[in-house]
Design a protein around this ligand. Structure first.
Ligand code: XMP
Length: 508
């Protein structure tokens, strides 16, 4: 929500895949932005007093029935608008221009003319603006798309068919900056250093002198909440770290080292035995997830004498809020029941004094930066995503202490080898999976019968889809040699070369 006297740019979502990227680009230029549904009415928009609007891309065609249109009055609010891709079609269509199917699809980086200068831009469209609305001039074109950008400077309405928010578009960020600073007349005033201070003040104001309880999962978000609480309300904060014994090598100790030294009450609950007992003999992935989730909640609740004495702190971040706010995927099939393993049941949460979610306005990269500002080590802040059920879903079939030990060692070797790559070349997620297959080998002169281990490394923007990473063969070679030499129980190593879809990231 716009703070009094503060600037705000609204990104109106029409279902495009880059909505978060657009909002992040605006924030990177130090202007605060929020994502809202494209279905908002002009009155609702006006009430938020935004200084600029950006209309995102989207999958529909404006001229088809049932496509999501915008409130036509939004162009009369006197607020500058930048339409991108489908957002450009909306502007043209609403203001009397003509949009129709292009003769050829145009996907990928192409050469365009923009304001008389050539540059590479990312195009991803089939429809094109065929006729400009009255009062608009064409400012860009490509070989395939005659009107690739247009504007009406007097009304402060601008649009591009290409995507200025992606890095493949040359000087795309300049186009956004031009819109913010020259068209909307904004100045840079959104700085994370100030934000960290404001978040601390907000938490203090919200909780007053009450105590605050946080379940530390070991992930980035809850770690940053803990760091924030230790600064904002140090004497009042209690962090409970339920160690389910399914963490990666040294992870539990690292969390204890970092947070045990902070100004807060830190409690590590070593519950590995409890989880192993609950999981004994269970082989079905969904059952394992459910049991781990339930055990986590029970263990955590056992540590709280009376929730009515505490605020409950959660590491919710902005993408979680957007997804639960107006995601259009409510009916999607349940592939895996994941993501909030360890989330407390709603009726239990209501027994707390209240809920505090200090990071709910921030993107992941902002959360990481705030974490760094608050002095968290890079190893924690840069951590790749790790599922709540941990190694429990990276051991195919039943889980035993022995298998956990084997997987932990193999996974640590693989990660260490991948980490020899320069940071920018590392995959977004990489890990080992212990299968329940055994295969025949020969060690010295003897027959061996060890586990099959799989390695997985992927590139992804959103974890909804991914491409497997083409890791250098020398790296895979080193990892395989080290793993089979150092871990006698593993007889064979394979590399997973499947994308998502059709496979998911995790094997279970
Ligand atoms: P999938 O396997 O669904 O994974 O392609 C997508 C992303 O989600 C993570 N993941 C989970 N996270 N609890 C979680 O908190 C889970 O049960 C779970 N399963 C998968 C996975 O690591 C990847 O980043």
């Amino acid at each position: 929500m716009k703070q009094a006297g503060k600037q705000l740019v609204l990104v109106l979502d029409f279902g495009g895949q880059y909505k978060e990227l657009i909002a992040r680009r605006v924030r990177e230029l130090n202007v605060y932005s929020e994502i809202r549904s494209g279905a908002m009415s002009a009155d609702e928009i006006r009430a938020l007093q935004p200084d600029g609007l950006i209309l995102t891309g989207g999958p529909s065609s404006v001229y088809l029935p049932n496509s999501q249109l915008c409130d036509p009055r939004l162009f009369d609010l006197g607020i500058p608008v930048l339409g991108i891709c489908y957002g450009m079609h909306l502007m043209a269509h609403t203001l009397g221009g003509v949009v129709g199917p292009g003769g050829t699809r145009e996907y990928g980086v192409v050469r365009a003319m923009y304001h008389g200068e050539p540059r590479n831009v990312l195009m991803s469209h089939f429809d094109c603006v065929k006729t400009l609305p009255d009062g608009f001039v064409c400012t860009g074109s490509t070989d395939i798309c005659e009107i690739a950008a247009f504007e009406n400077a007097e009304r402060r309405l601008y649009a591009t068919q290409f995507h200025p928010e992606v890095t493949h578009t040359e000087r795309g960020s300049e186009i956004i900056a031009d819109f913010l600073f020259n068209v909307c007349g904004l100045t840079a005033d959104y700085f994370l250093a100030d934000i960290a201070d404001r978040l601390c003040q907000d938490v203090r104001r919200q909780v007053g002198s009450a105590r605050v309880l946080l379940a530390l999962s070991g992930g980035v978000d809850s770690a940053v909440v803990a760091a924030l609480l230790s600064k904002a309300v140090p004497g009042q904060t209690k962090c409970v770290f339920v160690d389910h014994g399914l963490m990666r090598q040294d992870e539990g100790d690292q969390i204890e080292r970092v947070f045990g030294a902070r100004e807060l009450e830190f409690r590590r609950v070593n519950a590995a035995d409890r989880f192993l007992t609950a999981l004994a003999g269970q082989t079905d992935p969904e059952t394992k997830r459910k049991l781990i989730g339930e055990e986590f909640i029970k263990t955590f609740i056992d540590t709280i004498p009376d929730p009515g004495e505490y605020f409950f702190a959660q590491g919710t971040i902005y993408p979680d809020v957007i997804e639960s706010g107006f995601s259009q995927t409510g009916d999607a099939a349940v592939i895996k029941s994941h993501h909030n393993v360890g989330g407390l049941p709603e009726e239990y949460k209501r027994r707390f004094l209240g809920i505090t979610e200090p990071l709910r306005g921030l993107f992941k990269d902002e959360v990481r930066q705030i974490g760094r500002m608050l002095g968290l080590p890079d190893a924690l802040v840069e951590r790749q995503p790790f599922p709540g059920p941990g190694l429990g879903i990276r051991i195919i079939g039943d889980i035993t202490q022995e298998k956990l030990d084997i997987l932990r060692r193999a996974d640590a070797i693989f990660r260490a080898e991948v980490d020899t790559l320069p940071f920018a070349e590392r995959p977004d997620q990489y890990f080992a999976v212990l299968t329940n297959l055994r295969t025949v080998g020969v060690t010295g002169d003897e027959r061996s019968y060890g586990y099959l281990l799989a390695l997985r490394a992927v590139q992804t923007d959103d974890f909804m889809t991914c491409k497997y990473t083409k890791l250098p063969h020398e790296l895979l070679d080193r990892a395989s040699q080290r793993i089979t030499n150092e871990i006698r129980e593993i007889g064979r190593v394979v590399y997973d070369i499947t994308d998502k879809p059709p496979a998911t990231l995790e094997w279970e």
